[in-house]
Design a protein around this ligand. Structure first.
Ligand code: GTP
Ligand code: ZN
Length: 198
């Protein structure tokens, strides 16, 4: 038996104004001294608008949970989940991996849903700290586990392709709730398992 929890945050592609986005990309190309009407660039505004729409919207899904009938009360940890998002400061991608764990309470979660919750919040203009916190907060609120831990390790193109050009630098963020925050031993177990997976 499962009880789907409807997600409240759904980024609906239909709500995006694609023609306006295409016009804006054409205007941007003009402002950068490029000719959007040239044969090479004629399709570029459409492609850029479509790729942004793809990265900023996501499919609807339910968050399926199951009763924790076996009383499993150890850590459930999904490691090396791919994560990609867009930095809200530069509109450049940041990408890496996430490790998401929880200590079950009365219910356990369909395993794929950890990756889906991550995806839900990653399809937005983000900073890595907020993305990390949003995933942890959402799981805490909807699954009511005894604890939640989220670690994200990512490389930001705004730090490697331009600006400081720190190619290969990785940023690590974490967000903890419940036992994983309060209890030193549980916290240590979570971080050492997440580190092993890194
Ligand atoms: N905290 C945080 N900062 C981020 C993230 N992504 C990008 N940034 C930073 O946002 C900051 C924006 O700083 P500004 O000085 O306004 O922008 P900038 O002139 O382009 O900065 P530089 O990248 O240093 O050239 C930069 O330091 C970026 O590295 C993120 O996910 N979290
Ligand atoms: Zn940036």
């Amino acid at each position: 038996m499962s009880a789907p929890i409807p997600l409240r945050v759904v980024r609906d592609r239909a709500a995006l104004d694609l023609p306006a986005a295409e016009d804006a990309v054409a205007a941007l190309l003009r402002a950068l001294g490029r000719d959007p009407d040239s044969p090479h660039l004629a399709e570029t505004p459409r492609r850029v608008a479509a790729s942004l729409a793809e990265m900023l919207s996501g499919p609807h899904f339910d968050l399926t949970t199951f009763p924790n009938d076996e009383g499993y009360n150890e850590l459930v940890l999904a490691t090396a989940l791919p994560v990609r998002s867009l930095c809200e400061h530069h509109l450049l991608p940041f990408a890496g991996v996430a490790h998401i764990g929880y200590l079950p309470g009365d219910r356990i979660l369909g395993l794929s849903k950890l990756a889906r919750v991550l995806e839900l919040f990653a399809r937005d203009l983000q900073v890595q700290e907020r993305l990390t916190q949003q995933v942890a907060d959402w799981l805490q609120e909807h699954l009511a586990p005894r604890g939640v831990g989220v670690v994200i390790e990512a490389e930001h193109l705004c730090m490697s392709m331009r600006g400081v050009r720190a190619t290969g630098a990785r940023t690590i963020t974490s967000a903890l709730h419940g036992v994983l925050r309060e209890d030193a031993r549980s916290r240590q177990e979570f971080f050492s398992l997440a580190r092993t997976a890194a």
